[in-house]
Design a protein. Sequence first.
Length: 278
Amino acid sequence: MATPSLTRHRLAGYLGEVLVDVRAGDRRHPRPAVVILPGFKGFKDWGMFPPTADRLARAGITAVSVNVSGSGVDDQGEFSLPDRFAHATFSGDRSDVVKVIDALASGGLGLPAPTSIGLLGHSRGGGLAVLAASVNTTVSALVTWAAISHVHRFSPAEVAGWRSSGRLDVLNARTGQVLPMFTDVLDDIERNSAGTLDILGAAGRLAVPWLILHGESDATVTPAEAQALHAAAPRVAELRLVAGAGHTFGTVHPWGGPTPAYEVVADATLGWFGRNLR
């Protein structure tokens, strides 16, 4: 397999540009592709995402890593666009994901149309992957890491204070930045959580093979959410709980090398896509 090359692309998103990295070992012939979706405060250049994309590309699967336009993160991995982060919504993120899938499937992003498309999502990105896979017939396989099962992520006390002040401040522990979130996302959840943002409902409609990977020690998104997702889609989903693993499977930023938990999820992910994408 040729050494993967990296190209960077931009698509128009709901709050600005969607940033897309494409890693591929062969750009002349159609191959399977996997779209990688980081979670809340995550981004395509953080932690486990670049090495995972590289592993996929070396295995002959084009890796398409995404920062949705509401991530607030630029191509250098900096939260230099806080106003976008402040106005981000689940519905807007979902629309950006669909736009990336459509561009890929139509032969955009500097590649021929892939032979098949998979989705890999972590945490919030996992929930978005479930929502996108349930309505997009071009998706052939799905893997989620520590995926959320619902969009109601905030306590009543947080919501009350948020509504009162008009903003919720979120700490970026990596940089010390305080990032505001306005009430756009609350409005979106109230309007759509029982409809287009119903992740468990979307899981029940899935017809593609789905691997659910979740750390047994995840305190951010508990294993109960993985079990709920699996229960919603027992015919197509397989659940694997990873012993001793937390929310990011032991990975930190900057990337410090693979941990045993990461090796488990990376190997399982590669195997799943290798069997289910042609």
